[in-house]
Ligand binder design. Sequence first.
Ligand SMILES: Nc1ncnc2c1ncn2[C@@H]1O[C@H](COP(=O)(O)OP(=O)(O)OP(=O)(O)O)[C@@H](O)[C@H]1O
Ligand SMILES: [Mg+2]
Length: 712
Amino acid sequence: METEGDALEELLNIETEIEDVQDQIKFLLERQEKLHERQSELKFLLEAYKASGTGNSANENASRSSSLEDWSGSFEWDSQADDVRLNIFGIPSYRQNQKEIINAIMSGRDVLVIMAAGGGKSLCYQLPAILRDGVALVISPLLSLIQDQVMGLTALGIPAYMLTSTTSKENEKFIYKALEKGEGELKILYVTPEKISKSKRFMSKLEKCHNAGRLSLISIDEAHCCSQWGHDFRPDYKSLSILKTQFSNVPVVALTATATQKVQYDVMEMLRIPKCVKFVSTVNRPNLFYTVRSKSSIGKVVVDEIAEFIQESYPNSESGIVYCFSRKECEQVAAELRARGIAADYYHADMDVNAREKVHMRWSKNKLQVIVGTVAFGMGINKPDVRFVIHHSLSKSMETYYQESGRAGRDGLPSECVLFYRPADVPRQSSMVFYENSGLQNLYDIVRYCQSKRQCHRNAFFRHFAEPLQDCNGMCNNCAFFSEVREVDVSRHAKVMVSLLQAMQENDQRLTMLQLVDKMKNKKKELGSDIKKEEMEQLVIQLILDHVFKEEFQHTAYATNAYVTIGPLANQVLQDKKIVKLEISSKQKNKDDSMKSANHSLTFSGLELKLDELREELSSGHGGIFPHSVLSSQQISTISSQKPSSAQELEKIIGKLKTDKYGSKILDEIKKYTGSEPSDNGNEEEGSENRASKRLKTKKGVVVIESSDEES
Ligand SMILES: Nc1ncnc2c1ncn2[C@@H]1O[C@H](COP(=O)(O)OP(=O)(O)OP(=O)(O)O)[C@@H](O)[C@H]1O
Ligand SMILES: [Mg+2]
């Protein structure tokens, strides 16, 4: 006969099971939502293919415009545009989509441009701004970005101004007069979005400019700031909808480096440009080599490895960034790098604006090799020749990592992105992001990227941004060294771990990841075979990603603690319904292996170094503009390989304006160098880009480093 005790026990069991089922339903609903989202992304993608009539070639699909109109044909402004491109901007040819975007804007259309960081979005609106009559208005979110742009344009002799808190009274007067009366030369005017939302005076002058038919175009840079779903939402960007309402016949061009479908729709809606021509370029950055390195639990060892990497790969003080998790860590790592002889300084939100600006400036002018920053060192970074971005710990999402690592190699030359990963960094991040909308989901996506030792890192980006896969060309460490990894069945370890955690929870005890791993030490007998502590940590994270465990958080007076608890799929492991596998490096990566990727770095020829010195000298002599505004690294590389001997030859590389300004000094330097060059100096003939790509040839995913003079 059933007693009261039996009934009570059964009731408790049922309640536990109901909780378990509810957990599973919650998990399945979340999963369903994700799948729906992905489904609609893929449907959209397939429709885009159909509309553009392209086949399956990844390259064809990598760049697409949303309409069937042909923007690549000839237009009446072609020759004038070519002239401005070469002779004012010093740019010898267009990159992918630039010509088409310019043509669409010149035809008076609204345009949405999605183009990777460093793809060359600025030229797309600056060139039409010069060709069209009147003043172009550019909205940009940050003062530092605006200052960089205005300085660069001024150095090219283009009448560009900004109207910000730093503008002098005199310049303000000049700008208002130019807008109102068309007096004085003003072609491009930069403002922050607050000017549109808060300054009635400015808006009334702008209206006058428009009424007189002198507002040539409106450009909205970093347009993802319009969307709450984007990574840098700015409330003031919302007020930009007024622009299209008020100036409906003026073309609006919105530009951003990353935008998921959702963000793209949001931007089009917010800016009221539903019929815009959309140009989407690939997110692929083929010049970036992505590496995930396992991170030691000893802080000093990590800094040693970072310092060694920088010194061995970038001995000519090439610029780089090291991203750290916290402000304190930034300061420590910067100090330790300095102690190891690297010119490094830190940058974070706790510093006052002037101190931050000073560090940024020193770095931009190549007086400082490395900035060690938190995420606060963000959007305003415009330096084209950043050769490496190192993450001392993982970012909080794939999108953030793409943005941060993407600050490397904006000039298109080979550069490296290295992420130091250890599972113990995951709870540090998760306890920061768990309260954000989809914070944990986003974090777990990048954790998957870090945990995977076999999957192509580049493909992870394509998947994340719903883009067809493209060849990695051996440009990530998994593609380059994948054979060193094996998959091990650790289902038994997982089962023991689940039972252990369950027993603890039944006794109302909670465990952090490290405590759980520690407790597993006592289970050696049950396990038979042992796996290393780091692998055990990797397993805990793997089980969190697989929903066998989940993370829970508790606030204390000082911090938020992350605990590992039983997740919806734990029973599957206990009932042997789920096989758990772990990717394990079959041989300890030795130093040589991990440094292999460093051979992607550029090496400079003697002439390149001379020209680099010359651009520093010329930049300080020309009102302190940035060295890269005098000559870009790519231009230095082309000049060094072609060694022009006359102004006419030089003009073909850097255009008329720069040749007039700096030509004689550049030609002198070439002459001096070729005069002193030993006759067997054959290898220096090639530009660094050529040499770098020659040194790095991939054969079936294995990197073959060809020997060259510098190495022998
Ligand atoms: N066609 C081209 N050929 C060579 N260099 C180019 C070309 N177009 C642009 N560049 C150079 O590429 C670099 C990056 O350009 P730009 O600042 O416009 O990038 P962006 O797309 O705005 O990137 P971000 O999203 O990081 O702001 C600049 O140094 C620019 O001069
Ligand atoms: Mg830009």
